[in-house]
Design a protein around this ligand. Structure first.
Ligand SMILES: [Zn+2]
Length: 480
């Protein structure tokens, strides 16, 4: 018998005339772990799955050690130091079997039963522990993947390739919500997740890995938990950071396939370049309103910059926050990204490496445009990078180009954080006239501001520039 309990555990008396040995094990919360002071623990489980895996484990122990009975009760929820986390009771004809059976259950429990443990430390920090690699479970894996292994294109060999694969998903938003579940369910061995963002209510219509209860928590943590509940044999690496020029190479080099689940062009270009440097394939998708596009960049094929040689200005695609998006659009595109990765790992079908797939989800129409390498591409060809005339990479570049200027923040009134230097706030949605003089326009990511600057340039005004990277690029700015 295997049970989960939300109430404090109290050992119960056991009796059986035919058993000679009874063992009761009590696991308690202690006040330290890995040299850190622990204040309390939290156990979280997906009840149905934990109970069914737990029952199987207990039945196996009974058979293996010829036990008369075995009972496991595991606490879930918040536990204070000194409280009992688990009770295991075994009864057998002889003491040896009762001891061995109890110990075996204890050892197997943490690997086979999906119950996640979070430690709260005295220094205010907290973290999920031991949840990333729940350990091998060939039987569970075999059952999870049996239907796909029947396909000639996959088979047992393909399953081994999936298990050996390492896939990095950059961003855990709407595209990842479509992509991650299928990569995990297919049995991809290792998944890396990068995102420094927290779950927000306004995300949930498209980021269906999360629930209302997750609001305010780290996306990578909740996404990792989703993956491990779906397939506890996947090893998940959580990277609660933002992809930058500094860390991109390190991440890209550590994985076999890269999925771009970001919603902004600078990240897409950064990934395109890092993947090219390390010879890694990149599956990238963009969504806009009801439309999406998908393509795969192979190390020896045309790259993303072959399509967009002069970068964002004229084609600036806003982020979901700025433009609005219907949830199914990134969901469908994300699934198609998973499909590209699976094709690539397993080697069947044809990748979108020389085509771009365009989908209009209002009409259901799809279009496939062929792509070829551009000899003048600044990344994979012989071209040089043409920087945008209405964009600056930093505030020092703005000073060098404009001298004295006014900072104009075009974010909406509810967008945070407020910036500390002198500035004018003119929300993008109601933006009409801009002040006279030299202007540096900023927004959240540098997309809306680039549109403002591009519009000015198109109207002949050359003294307005957008700050690349948005308010984050203002962080260390101290006005002279
Ligand atoms: Zn290229």
């Amino acid at each position: 018998m295997f049970q989960l309990s939300h109430e404090p555990l109290i050992p119960w008396p056991v009796a059986s005339d035919s058993a000679g040995g009874f063992v009761t094990f009590e696991g308690k919360v202690r006040n330290h772990a890995n040299l850190r002071q622990v204040l309390r623990l939290e156990y979280e489980a997906y009840d149905d799955l934990a109970i069914s895996e737990g029952e199987k484990l207990v039945a196996e122990a009974v058979e293996r050690y010829r036990l008369e009975s075995a009972t496991v009760v595991h606490r879930v929820g918040l536990l204070e130091v000194g409280e009992t986390a688990v009770i295991i009771q075994t009864a057998a004809a002889h003491r040896r079997e009762a001891f061995a059976g109890c110990e075996w259950i204890l050892d197997q429990l943490k690997h086979r039963v999906p119950i996640w443990k979070k430690e709260y430390y005295a220094d205010g920090d907290s973290g999920w522990v031991g949840a990333d690699a729940p350990g091998p479970n060939p039987e569970l894996e075999a059952q999870l993947t049996q239907r796909q292994r029947r396909l000639a294109e996959i088979g047992d060999d393909g399953q081994v390739r999936l298990k050996a694969a390492r896939v990095l998903v950059v961003g855990t938003g709407g595209l990842a919500a479509g992509c991650l579940p299928y990569l995990a369910a297919a049995g991809v061995g290792q998944l890396g997740l990068i995102d420094d963002d927290l779950v927000d209510l306004s995300n949930l219509h498209r980021q269906i890995l999360f629930t209302v209860e997750d609001v305010g928590r780290l996306k990578v943590e909740r996404a990792a938990q989703f993956v491990n509940r779906l397939n506890p044999t996947v090893e998940v690496h959580r990277h609660a950071e933002r992809l930058t020029e500094v860390n991109a190479d390190r991440f890209v080099a550590s994985y076999d396939w890269i999925v771009d689940g970001s919603d902004n062009l600078p990240t897409k270009f950064l990934l395109n370049e890092a993947c090219r440097r390390h010879g890694k394939p990149l599956v990238t998708a963009s969504v806009h309103g009801f439309e999406g596009q998908l393509l795969t960049v192979q190390p020896d094929g045309p790259c993303l910059r072959c399509l967009f040689p002069t970068a964002p200005a004229s084609r600036c695609v806003g982020t979901c926050a700025e433009n609005g998006i219907l949830g199914v659009v990134p969901g469908i595109l994300g699934m198609l990204q998973a499909n590209e990765v699976l094709k690539g790992i397993l080697g069947y079908g044809e990748l979108l490496s020389h085509r771009t797939l365009l989908l209009d989800l209002r009409s259901g129409e799809t279009m496939s445009l062929s792509r070829t390498a551009n000899p003048g591409c600044p990344v994979c060809g012989g071209g040089t990078d043409i920087s945008d005339p209405c964009e600056v990479a930093s505030m020092s570049e703005a000073h060098a180009r404009l001298g004295v200027f006014i900072v104009v923040d075009v974010r909406e009134p509810d967008e945070e954080p407020t910036i500390s230097c002198d500035h004018v706030r003119l929300p993008f949605s109601t933006l009409d006239d801009l002040p006279e003089g030299n202007l540096v326009v900023v927004c959240e990511t540098g997309t809306r501001s680039l549109r403002v600057a591009a519009r000015c340039l198109a109207g002949g005004r050359t003294n307005v520039v957008s700050l690349r990277g948005g308010v984050a690029s203002l962080a260390e700015y101290e006005p002279r």
